[in-house]
Structure formats: C-alpha cells, structure tokens
Design a binder for this molecule. Structure first.
Ligand code: SF4
Length: 284
C-alpha cells in the first residue's frame, strides 16, 4: 500500500528518513566527491546513472570498496533499478582454496537503540536479495544495452545516433568540455559508455552468496544489530512473484497484516491510506 501511495503522492519525508539519507550521503562523501547536476531529460537521467556506475566501478577496482552503486536488470519481464549501499571485496575459504568475491552490504539507520523486529528484518533481507539478484545478473552479463534505454524511457523510435540528446544544462553541470559535448552527448556516445559499464560489471569478482545488513543508531552511529544471511532462491522468487502481481496490475495493493500493524505508526502515508480510513470509519 505504501508503494502505491508513493506512486500517487510522491515521496513523503519523515525526520527519520531525512536523517537516514544524511548518514548515507556522509558515508558516500567519505569515498567519492559529489557533483550536483541539472537533470532536464530522460537521457540526462540515464547518463548520470551510467556515469555514476562507471566512476564507482573504477573506484571498486582500485580500492576494493564502493558505495551507492546504481544497478539495473530484469526479473522475468520487469526491469528493476536499485542503489546498493556498499560492495566490498572479501576472501572466502572453501576447502583448501581462497576465493576473492564481491559482497553486498546494506546499512539501515534506526532511531531506536534496540535491534529491529523479526518482521522488519525479513523485509530488509528481501531488499538485500533483490540487490543480490540484480548485481549477480549484471556480473553474469544478463543486463543488455536495451534494458538501459527502456529503464530510463529514452526514445529509440527512428533514432539519429549523432543527434545530441543530453541537455546543455546537464552537460555544463557535469563539466563536460564544449569540444567533447558532441561526442559524449549523442545516442552513440551514451551507448559507448553503457557498453563500457556493462563490461566493467562483468569483470567484477564473483558475488558472495552472503549478504550483510548493518543496523546503526541515527544519533550515536553505533551498530545496534547485524544480520548475515545467504541468498535464498525460493524465498526470493516467492516474494518477487507476489510483488509482480501488483506491478503487472493483477492485484490491488494490500495493507500490512496484523503482525506488521506497528508500521502504520511510522508511515508517512498514514493520513492518506485507505486502510486507515477504513479503520477510522469502522471506529465511528
Ligand atoms: S498506513 Fe499502514 S497500511 Fe497504510 S501504507 Fe502505511 S504502512 Fe501500509
């Protein structure tokens, strides 16, 4: 239901969400510089994401760690975009051999000093598995050039490969020199960058099946809980099929069940939510 309301009314900020975003941004700034760009067209958005992938994969190659990495792939016919909090190189011992692998780490911030509830952990584990699935698909070369154009809504009907499709504002804000804009800003230029990035994902070390979620307190920034778990194909597929029923229009959004009623108290859509309105009416 919250997803559906977000689609209708846009993102609703809460103090907890704002604080969480701030902490994530600080962690990003620890390792990379931020350049604020002006997004005017779908192509600008596509380019900025592919550019971020490129810069962050270069850093990963050098340092064995990167943060806020955009990812993109398909589950069945549905395109999935996401941003992974952190990936890092780990060494895993199997028998007598040590393997260098890539591990996904998600960081959740909490207002409370207490560990999260089991229901919250299940939801977060599912998110980690979605990222695992998507990144694994990218490492295995399953994300194609066409997925990028579709995911960002860049029109390819009667394409002119040499026409500049990035906005001037965007190129200026990204500090692309004028003499390079003709090369970088065309469909051909963006396609070349996408090809490079697809290749860089394929060169990442194999993905570790272990995913980590670290919960930290928003005030003290100390760790309050840590979950280490493995990608579970059956759990993931069941969850995705359930979600896709909604995304493909086969079912309406559902409100949280009894066990998750507590979520409504922290939900930014509380006053807009039809499930809450129904409860109010029943209470009248
Ligand atoms: S108020 Fe409760 S049921 Fe409604 S969207 Fe928020 S969490 Fe879901």
């Amino acid at each position: 239901m919250a997803v559906d309301l977000r689609r209708q009314y846009g993102e609703v900020q809460t103090p907890e969400k704002e604080k969480g975003s701030e902490i994530h941004k600080d962690r990003f700034l620890e390792i990379l510089e931020e350049i604020v760009v002006e997004i005017k067209t779908p192509a600008d958005k596509l380019h900025s994401n592919v550019h971020n992938m490129n810069v962050e994969l270069d850093l990963y190659q050098k340092e064995g760690l990167t943060r806020e990495l955009p990812i993109l792939s398909k589950f069945r016919n549905a395109l999935i975009k996401g941003i992974i909090d952190e990936i890092k190189v780990v060494e895993e011992v199997e028998g007598l051999k040590t393997h260098k692998r890539t591990q996904i780490i998600e960081m959740k911030t909490r207002k409370s000093q207490n560990p999260p509830s089991s229901q919250q952990i299940i939801k977060d584990k599912m998110q980690g598995m979605i990222y695992w699935y998507v990144l694994n698909a990218m490492i295995n070369g399953k994300t194609e050039m066409g997925d990028f154009w579709s995911a960002y809504g860049v029109d390819l009907i009667e394409p002119d490969f040499n026409e500049i499709i990035l906005s001037e504002e965007y190129m200026e804000s990204l500090q692309i020199p004028e003499n390079e804009q003709k090369e970088v800003g065309t469909l051909l230029g963006i396609g070349t960058l996408i090809t490079e990035v697809i290749q860089k994902f394929k060169e990442l070390p194999e993905l570790s099946k272990t995913i980590e979620i670290i919960y930290i307190n928003q005030k003290t920034l100390t760790e309050v809980h840590r979950e280490k778990y493995r990608f579970d194909e059956r759990f993931f597929t069941r969850g995705m099929e359930w979600a896709l029923e909604y995304w493909s229009g086969k079912r309406s959004p559902t409100s949280v069940g009894e066990a998750n009623n507590w979520k409504c108290n922290f939900c930014g859509y509380y006053t807009l939510c039809p499930a809450i309105h129904k409860k109010w009416k029943q209470g009248d």
